[in-house]
Every structure is written in structure tokens, then in C-alpha cells.
Design a protein around this ligand. Structure first.
Ligand code: ADP
Length: 357
């Protein structure tokens, strides 16, 4: 059983507190992704689970055993790094079997486990090669193979795909997910890439400044972000934000546009609110449609799959995306009607999500 329990953990580097007081329960067999901008503390948290960093306070349990004082190699974890960290003078087979050799596993059993992992990862034809004779993706696979042969209670991944080109990243993403489905081992995966988080995770933990902003399934975070930070971080292209105030029972932007959306419940006159609308939640219509927001098209970006309109709406730059090929030219004025039940609202000061009537 590979549940991981993090209880009131703090981590300081001298005067700097990287993590203040963090608690998190990771279920046995779960694929949990820690995501957030650079410096938010996700690697620190992963390294504390691995035992590569001491914790300043609190408790970490792996498979119900307190591991605060347990050395990394005794924690029943296997870590895969961005840098792969393969031994350059050892073949793929030797690299994959090395940890088993250290543990004193006999040669036959080592070969059996290495071959089983190689089969999962499609590495069988490459077992005799040295790391320098491999592509980046193949090296990454060997690094994973080395983790798989150990059959640990928990896999820890630290930005494992960052060194790969975009196409290979997409391929490796689904390989890692497929392996998780096959092996069912608890996995904690760190990335700064929200697409990686969305596509791979059972649950995502969004972090900023050493704290957890929200925990949820990918679509929970997407559909109901708890605050403006999560709303802006999850989703690509990113959510658009329109600052406004409640005036005479309407939501009005600073430059005077009345937004045709519902007002959050229990909001007083004058309250500063930020309306959030994802690019895909607009319907294109005429500039004089009263249910739409008048919008100037600045540029039209065809991606093939979608058409992106970069626009100016109510004084803000707003991106709208459509599945169709649009007959719209830069410089024209259109109306964009928000899909009302997909509109988000946040308190301008606290950033907290507000319920819409
Ligand atoms: P992330 O992985 O989200 O990019 P990190 O966990 O690496 O963030 O870092 C969190 C914070 O802790 C940052 O402010 C970083 O500068 C600081 N930090 C990380 N490692 C050390 C260290 N060894 N010494 C001092 N500060 C560190």
C-alpha cells in the first residue's frame, strides 16, 4: 500500500520559509500532480517525500509509516528526475538493474525484472546500448525503467519531460499514464506545465508561494476554480478577466461597458469584482446584440483546429477561440456573447470565487 500522508509540514531554508504549513493526503494508487509556477515549492515538497530534504516541522508518512527520520533508500520510493541521471559507462540493462545489484538481488532475478520492465517500456532492443547511443526519449524511458524494476510503493517524478521536444513530451505523457494504469502504483508528479497536469492527473494540487491553492480532479479545477490564481493558471489559452464594479444593479467596467452577465449573490453596490470568461465560452454575434459585449477584432489566428480572435473588449485584451473557421477580419467590430452558465466571478481583493445567481 502506497498512500502518502503529509501533515502540517514546514520547510525553511535559513530565513526563507519555502513551505509554511502544508497538509495533503495522497491515496494509494493515485496519480497526483503538483503544479504551479517556478519557485512555488513543488520540488521542495517532492524532495521532502523522497527524503532528499529534511522537513523543518510536521510529519510525512509513506504506507502508514512515519518516514521523517528514514533515509531515502529505505523509503520504498523510486524517483525519476529531469536530468535522467543515467550512468554513462553502463549499458541500458546495467543501468536498469543497478539498484537491484546494490540490494543483492541475484543475477537471474535481476535479468527477469529488467526484461519485464524493458518489455513494458519497449526497451528490449536497446538493452545493450550505452546512454549516449540513445535519443532523449529513450533515455527518459530508461530512467523510468530503472524506477519500475524496483517495484516501489511510490513513484516520484520531478519534471521528467522538460528536456524533451514538444512532440516527444506528448508521447511520453501518454506512456507514463499508460504505465500507471498498468502498474497502479501511487505516483506524485511535479510539473510547471498545466497541460501535463490536466492530461495525466487523477487529482491536481495547484500550488503558489509554498501553499496549496486548490486540490481537485482536472475538470473540477477547470470548471470551478476556487480563486483567480487557479482560474488563470489552469486552461490554455488562459481565462480572460474583466474587472468591473456593481453599479445600479449592473456590472460595469471602468470604461463604462455594462457586462451582460449575472451579478454574484450578496454583492453590495460598488463592490469590485473580476469576471472570468474562458476563450471557448463566447458565441460570436453582431456588435449591436444587447446580450453581447461589443468587441474590436485585433488579429485573427487560425491554428487549424481552432480560430483564435485577439480582441479588445471593454478596455481589456480578450482572446476568444472557436472550433469553426470564421469569416471575420482584423479591424471589424463584432459582438461576443458570454455563455452565461460558464461565466466565473472573483472578488477583486481576495481573488476568491463568488457564486453567480
Ligand atoms: P519549484 O519546484 O516550485 O520551482 P522549489 O521547491 O524549487 O520551487 O523552491 C521553492 C522556494 O525555495 C524557492 O523560493 C526557492 O528559491 C527556495 N529554495 C529551494 N531550494 C533551496 C535551497 N537549497 N536553499 C535555499 N532556498 C531554496
Amino acid at each position: 500500500m502506497g498512500a502518502v500522508s503529509i501533515r502540517s509540514v514546514r520547510k525553511s531554508y535559513g530565513a526563507l520559509t519555502a513551505i509554511e504549513n502544508l497538509s495533503l493526503e495522497i491515496e494509494d494508487g493515485e496519480f497526483l500532480v503538483l503544479v504551479g509556477p517556478s519557485g512555488c515549492g513543488k520540488s521542495t515538497l517532492l524532495r521532502m517525500i523522497a527524503g532528499l530534504e529534511d522537513i523543518s516541522d510536521g510529519e510525512i508518512r509513506i504506507a502508514d509509516r512515519v518516514v521523517n527520520e528514514v533515509a531515502p533508500k529505505e523509503r520504498d520510493i523510486a524517483m525519476v528526475f529531469q536530468s535522467y541521471a543515467l550512468y554513462p559507462h553502463m549499458s541500458v540493462e546495467e543501468n536498469m538493474g543497478f539498484s537491484l545489484r546494490l540490494k543483492g538481488v541475484d543475477k537471474q532475478e535481476r535479468a527477469r525484472r529488467v526484461r519485464a520492465a524493458a518489455e513494458i517500456l519497449g526497451l528490449e532492443p536497446l538493452l545493450e546500448r550505452l546512454p549516449r547511443q540513445l535519443s532523449g526519449g529513450q533515455r527518459q524511458r530508461v530512467a523510468m525503467g530503472r524506477a519500475i524494476v524496483r517495484n516501489p510503493a511510490v513513484y516520484l517524478f520531478d519534471e521528467p519531460l522538460s528536456n524533451l521536444d514538444a512532440k516527444l513530451r506528448v508521447q511520453m505523457r501518454s506512456e507514463i499514464k499508460l504505465n500507471h494504469a498498468r502498474l497502479g502504483t501511487t505516483t506524485v508528479y511535479v510539473t510547471h506545465d498545466q497541460i501535463e497536469a490536466m492530461t495525466m492527473a487523477d487529482r491536481i494540487v495547484v500550488m503558489s508561494a509554498g501553499d496549496i491553492e486548490q486540490i481537485g480532479t482536472p475538470l473540477q479545477l477547470y470548471d470551478s476554480p476556487a480563486n483567480r490564481f487557479v482560474a488563470g493558471f489552469i486552461g490554455s489559452p488562459a481565462m480572460n478577466f474583466l474587472p468591473c464594479r456593481v453599479q445600479n444593479g449592473k456590472l460595469r467596467t471602468a470604461e463604462g461597458t455594462v457586462l451582460p452577465v449575472d451579478i454574484p449573490a450578496n454583492t453590495d453596490e460598488g463592490r469590485a469584482i473580476v469576471i472570468g470568461i474562458r476563450p471557448e465560452h463566447f458565441v460570436i454575434t453582431d456588435a449591436d446584440d444587447p446580450s453581447a459585449i461589443p468587441t474590436d477584432v485585433l488579429t485573427v489566428e487560425p491554428t487549424g483546429v481552432e480560430t483564435h480572435l485577439v480582441t479588445r473588449m471593454a478596455g481589456e485584451e480578450v482572446l476568444a477561440s472557436f472550433r469553426d473557421r470564421l469569416d471575420v477580419a482584423a479591424g471589424t467590430r463584432i459582438g461576443l456573447r458570454p455563455i452565461l452558465d460558464r461565466v466565473h466571478a472573483f472578488d477583486e481583493t481576495t481573488g476568491a470565487r463568488l457564486g453567480l445567481d
